[in-house]
Ligand binder design. Sequence first.
Ligand SMILES: C[S@@+](CC[C@H](N)C(=O)[O-])C[C@H]1O[C@@H](n2cnc3c(N)ncnc32)[C@H](O)[C@@H]1O
Length: 275
Amino acid sequence: MRSMYDTASYAAYRKSPHRSIKHSTYFETYDALFGRYRGQPITFVEVGVLGGGSLFMWREFLGPQARIVGVDLNPNAKKWEAEGFEIHIGSQSDPAFWRDVVAKVGPMDVVLDDGGHTFEQQIVTTEALIDNIRDGGMLVVEDTHTSYQAGFGPRGYSFITYVARMMDRINRRFHELGGKTEKRVWSVQVFESIVAFHVDRAASNRVSELTDNGGAHDNALDFRYIDDSLAAKLARFYEGSRVIKALPDVRPVVKRALDVAARPKLAARIGRYFR
Ligand SMILES: C[S@@+](CC[C@H](N)C(=O)[O-])C[C@H]1O[C@@H](n2cnc3c(N)ncnc32)[C@H](O)[C@@H]1O
C-alpha cells in the first residue's frame, strides 16, 4: 500500500535543510496534484513561509526550472531572497496587497495557500488570485479542516461553505439551470484538509447541450415511468393530463410538489446518509 514514504514530496520535505512541519496525509495529495509540474518552468506561489523549509522542499520537488515565490506577513521572510526565492511581504486578507503582488509576479501556474487558515484569509486569497492563474493551473488551499474548528471565523462564512457555493456555480453551467455561473474554475477537488481549484476558462465557458451518438434506437422504455412510488404515479398523472400540462409555467411547480410528496418516504430510506 502506498504511503507518504513512497512520495516524491515527502522525500523533498526530508531533504529541505530548514524546518517545516506538515501532516502525514498531505504528501500523497501533493504528489497527485503537483506531480505533473515537476521539471516544468512554472511559477509556484506559496502563501506562508515561516521557517523557509517548504520553499526548499518545493524547489527540490519541482526542480530548478520552477520560479518559487513566497508570501508572508512576517518581514523576516525577506531573508530567503538571498537563497534565490522571490518574497513578498503583506497580509493575504488584504485585496490591495494581492493587486500589488499580481502586478509584480505576473501570471501564476500554482498557488498553495498555507498561510493563516482563517476563512477570510482563504477566501480573499482565492478570489484575489484565481483570475491571475493560467489555464491548466490550480489554486490549492491547505488546512481546510479549520472550517470545522472554532477560532477561524463565524459560522456560515467558512471556507468549505464558500467551496459549496462554488460547486453550485459550477453545476449551474448546466444549460437548463442558469443563474450565477462559475467561468474560471472548471472543477474542484476535495481531499482531507486540502481543496484544489482547477482553472480552465475555455472548459468553464463551454455551452452545455444534449448530444446523441446517432446509434440505432430500439425504443427502450425508461423505467422511471413504471416506478410504483407515489411521486412516479403523480408524475404519470401529470404527464397524461393535457389540461394541466397546457397551463403556463406549471411544470416546475408540479415537479416541486412531487418532490415534496416523496419526501417522507425518501427521508426514511436515505435520511441517515445526511446525518
Ligand atoms: C503554517 S505556517 C507556514 C508553514 C510553511 N508553509 C511550511 O510548510 O513550513 C503559516 C505562515 O503564515 C503566515 N501568515 C499568517 N497570517 C498571514 C497573513 N495574514 N498574511 C500572510 N501570511 C500570514 C505566518 O506568518 C506563518 O509564517
